[in-house]
Design a protein around this ligand. Sequence first.
Ligand code: SF4
Length: 490
Amino acid sequence: MLKRFIKKYLADWNRGEIMEHFDFDKLHEECGVVGIYAPNYDNVSQMACFSLIALQHRGQESAGIAVKNGDNRVQYYKEMGLVQEVFNTKILDRLKGHVGIGHVRYSTTGESYVSNAQPLVVQYRGGSIALAHNGNLVNADGLRERLEDMGSIFQTSIDSEVIANLIARHYRLGFKNAIIESVKTISGSFALVIMCDDKLIGVRDPFGLRPLCIGELPEGGYVLASESCALDVVGAKFVRDVDKGEIVIIDENGIESIFYDETEKKALCSFEYVYFARPDSAIDGQSVYMARRQAGRILAKEHPVDADLVVAVPDSGIAAAIGYAEESGIPYAVGLIKNKYMGRTFIQPDQKSRELAVRLKLNVLKENIEGKRLVLIDDSIVRGTTSKRIVDMLKEAGATEVHVRVSSPPVKHSCYFGIDTPSSKQLVGAVNTIDEICEMIHADSLGYISTGGLVESIGLNGQDLCKACFNGDYPMEVPKFGNKYVFEKI
Ligand code: SF4
């Protein structure tokens, strides 16, 4: 037990170091899922692949697709890497079927290897199940121990395997009731796509923490996806979001809807609108782009400043910067150019390499910013280290003042619902005042949007949004430590 804890601690510590260099002070989504039921199409794996490419921003560590054909065989392929690195025409041609699910995963822990990639495919008494999960179970450790006491053997260290195990254990109830009983047992955040008994099943957790939507294909059939941008890419028309506490079962009869939980409280992750989701997606009826732009407008009202130009930290700060410029009347200009092709290359954790990593990712457009007083819009500040480097770069390039404005409130608390957050001690907003952060990042002034302002920008009822990383008000009881099961790769 102690060994596991130490290993987990060290993995987290290393993750913090690596995150600092390459991921630029952001919280990170850990997964994206897609499911396709397409009886009239013979290229379901290719469609799944396209949808996964659209969801690549939700996870860049591994990708996988599982398909099922008429003779009940599940075929799958998963590997470490980006979707386009993992799949090619030859592999997709071998994955034949009319139902398929796919997954992209993000993880920076020591558990970064292919056995933890998804979809999970398991054989059980009733046949086979393939499952892909976006989210995090807060009661996975306890459930896993109970299952192990009953003789279950686990092949991975991910919480999603607990769900597959529970479904298999309930097989006598039939697949539908097995899934209902299983999802009633688990707690936490989950958007699941499951392939079972020739059907495609989607499940959203009782609080609706992680998004999941349904689209309809033009020649018949349906798509489930974490975000609506993954529907557009395969020509599917958005139908609706899967509701919180809802199971949808898709087969030749259409869509069957079952509500397995009557919890009144909803808690959709507000950070989906701040940073995680693609701006061309809509979640629970609200456009991500419009929410970000509106956040910029509100930020301009809450924290006005006298300046010459509004510039954004690309890409996720751009919509808010446009909103800030519209409201303030200060012109918007491109001040930073992002290198979109820089992958997660390893760079030594020394000061010089840190500077290099930021410069590799972002460069200043000197012509635009020289001699100017800038408002720099970022969507969030997590550790603060990258913000300081960006402010320094802008000033070195000739900006006379840099006023930082942030379109989310200070991140003060860890997330337990599938988002990779550093410990509270590493969150700059948790241990410093705004004035202290301003000084640390070398800004001339600093302003964060208020929590009320963020809620207003999203346009949903504040009671229906999770804001726990800002205010510590978690929608459910959370464990003190995360998943303690860490496998040692040799
Ligand atoms: S704690 Fe923050 S990141 Fe996590 S689900 Fe809630 S709003 Fe999203």
